[in-house]
Design a protein around this ligand. Sequence first.
Ligand code: ZN
Length: 417
Amino acid sequence: MGALAQRALHACAELARLTETPGEITRTFLCPPSREVTAYLSAWAHDLGLSVRVDAAGNLRARREGPAPDSPTLYLGSHVDTVPNAGAYDGVLGVTLAYAVAGALRRTPLPFALELLAFSEEEGVRYGVPFIGSRALVGTLDEVLGRQDAQGVSVRAALEAYGLNPAELPAAEVRGPALGFVELHIEQGPVLQAAGAPLGVVTAIAGQHRLRLDFAGQAAHAGTTPMAHRRDALAAAARFVVAAEDLARATPGLVATVGVLNASPGAINVIPGAAHATLDLRHEVDAVREAALKTLLAQAHALATERGVTLTVTETMTQPAVPLDPGLRAALHRAAAAEGVVAPDLPSGAGHDAMVLAARMPAAMLFLRSPNALSHHPDETVEPGDVETALRVAVRTVLALAQEHGAQEHGAREHGA
Ligand SMILES: [Zn+2]
């Protein structure tokens, strides 16, 4: 394996030692070990001749300026926070690979600036709201500054306690011309491994519906109430679970999950009078997801009515799909093909920082295969060969963008623009 890919992997191992819970990898937003992560990456950035700053959201930003003050910027990176008891690669590998890309291109002139992003927060663990880091770059962090963690500490107070100044958040926003954001990330699912592909190009971040369904029937004696006289809330909810699974299995790309199902009163000899279920529904095409939701809700109401059960549906979250940039996706495909690598298209069922930055600039993601689909788990891993391949594809992509951009600049000059 090449020295730079090795360095990226070694850095993942080193950063895995920086944890707030001994014996596991846990780094939530602004925890004390975050400072050590910043120190480690800053030292690496200095070795690469990059300038470094920590913005008001705690994001570490290492930068190589472009040839002119108005040169656009190409952004590379991912997040450095983790879920509790995490693996070593989710987010972190995308950051260390970005540094490896900058290392590979250290002596190569580029017609744009390069900025490496290590987002302070993506997982949503401490505040129940994700993407705190990347929100700062698109100017939407203000919306969550008042949110409190389990100890009653607001985001604003946490930033101040860490030594950051929320009044400086506007300076964290991307204001100049942005060429785009490319995020490398482990897939965290089984698709690439099943396809025998080391890498994949993400088409879109799936849109999402989250709902709560409250079925209300009548609790009654399990022995004395004949079947025809029952209003069994759990029986209606159970049929709904099956309906959701059936529809998702029959609809390509649709995923539907009932993650919570509670019945009350919850006794062996009492017919359930109430049942509460949740539904998480995702697809990369909004129209498909919306049609599926309509079908499922009609089914849920019919299943309830058949049993004399009433149904109340509460939407808790709706998030539209975010298609990633066709130009950057094509560039990743061309680079993969030039490296002789199979890199199929696939949607991302999970949210990522690229989804947030897509509001401000062209964004794309390259997934690395996740062995055994293990993620958000200490056994999360990657194939070293895949890391090497991802690095080659990323470097080639940046070079192709440089060529494209250089040609455009040249064309603009020729035409006196
Ligand atoms: Zn991640």
